[in-house]
Design a protein around this ligand. Structure first.
Ligand code: ADP
Ligand code: MG
Length: 231
C-alpha cells in the first residue's frame, strides 16, 4: 500500500488562554509503513503536535488528514471513533487502566472501533497472541495492570496500540523512563510488530541516539515554528 497515512498542512495552534506559546507546522507527511522519529527539546510543542494529530485538540487553522480523512471536519464523537479506528497511541506513562486486567487494557480501543474490532477477529485470542509475540507470559493475561512490572506494562501498552492493526502508531516519549537495555527491547518489539503489518510509526523523543533505527528523523525546529512571547 502506498500513499500518506498522515498529512498536516499549514497548521497553526495556540493553547486557549495561553498567548505565550504558539505552534505553526507548514507541512508534515508520514507515508504508510514509514517509521519517523520526531526529536525536540522539552517544551518545544511535541506533545501538542501529537494531540493535534490525534484530534484531541483542533488546530486554529490548517488541516490534519489521517488515511485521507480530514479530522477537524468530523464531529467530536466521530473524531473519537475515528481515532480509535485509525491510531494506536502509546503514552509516556502507558496510561493503563489500573484496575483492569491485561486483557481489558489491550481490548480497550476495540470497544469504540468496530472496523478495528473486526480486523482483530477474536479479540481475546488476539490479545493472547500479541502478548506471546511481545514476550509476556500467558498467565499474566488476567492479572491487574497494577501488579505488572514497568517492562510488562510497556508491553501491554504496545499490544493495546497494535491490536486490530491501526495504520498509524503514535508514541509520545515511551522510552524516557527506561534504562538503555529496556529501551532497546521496547523498540525491538515495536519495530517487529509494525513491520509485520506495514504500520506507520511516529515516535517522539528528546534522545537523538534512537535515530538509527528509524526510516527518517525529523527535528521540531525544522518542521515547526514556535513562538514564545515574553509573559
Ligand atoms: P513538549 O512535549 O515538547 O515538551 P508540550 O507540547 O508539552 O511540549 O508543551 C509546549 C507548550 O504548550 C508549553 O509551553 C506548555 O506549557 C503548553 N501546553 C502543553 N499542554 C498544555 C495544556 N494542556 N494546556 C495549556 N498549555 C499547554
Ligand atoms: Mg511532551
Amino acid at each position: 500500500m502506498m500513499g500518506a497515512v498522515l498529512e498536516l498542512s499549514d497548521i497553526g495552534y495556540r493553547w486557549p488562554g495561553r498567548a505565550a506559546f504558539s505552534l505553526t507546522v507548514p507541512d508534515l507527511t508520514v507515508q504508510r509503513g514509514e517509521s519517523v522519529l520526531l526529536l525536540g527539546e522539552s517544551g518545544s510543542g511535541k506533545s501538542t503536535l501529537l494531540s493535534l494529530i490525534c484530534g484531541t485538540i483542533l488546530p486554529d487553522r490548517g488541516t490534519v488528514r489521517i488515511a485521507g480523512t480530514e479530522v477537524s471536519k468530523l464531529s467530536a464523537r466521530a473524531r473519537d471513533r475515528f481515532r480509535a479506528e485509525q491510531i494506536g497511541v502509546i503514552f509516556q506513562q502507558f496510561n493503563l487502566l489500573p484496575f483492569g486486567s491485561v486483557t481489558d487494557n489491550i481490548l480497550l480501543p476495540l470497544r469504540f472501533a468496530p472496523q478495528r474490532r473486526k480486523r482483530a477477529g477474536d479479540g481475546a485470542a488476539e490479545a493472547v497472541k500479541l502478548c506471546t509475540a511481545l514476550g509476556l507470559p500467558k498467565d499474566i493475561i488476567q492479572a491487574k495492570a497494577t501488579t505488572l512490572s514497568v517492562g510488562q506494562q510497556q508491553r501491554v501498552a504496545v499490544a493495546r496500540a497494535l491490536i486490530g492493526q491501526p495504520p498509524l502508531i503514535i508514541a509520545d516519549e515511551p522510552t524516557s523512563a527506561l534504562d538503555a537495555d529496556s529501551q532497546t527491547a521496547f523498540l525491538d518489539l515495536l519495530f517487529a510488530q509494525t513491520a509485520k503489518h506495514q504500520t506507520a510509526l511516529l515516535m517522539v523523543s528528546h534522545d537523538p541516539r534512537l535515530g538509527d533505527r528509524f526510516d527518517r528523523v525529523i527535528r521540531m525546529e525544522d518542521i515547526a515554528v514556535i513562538e514564545r512571547a515574553a509573559a
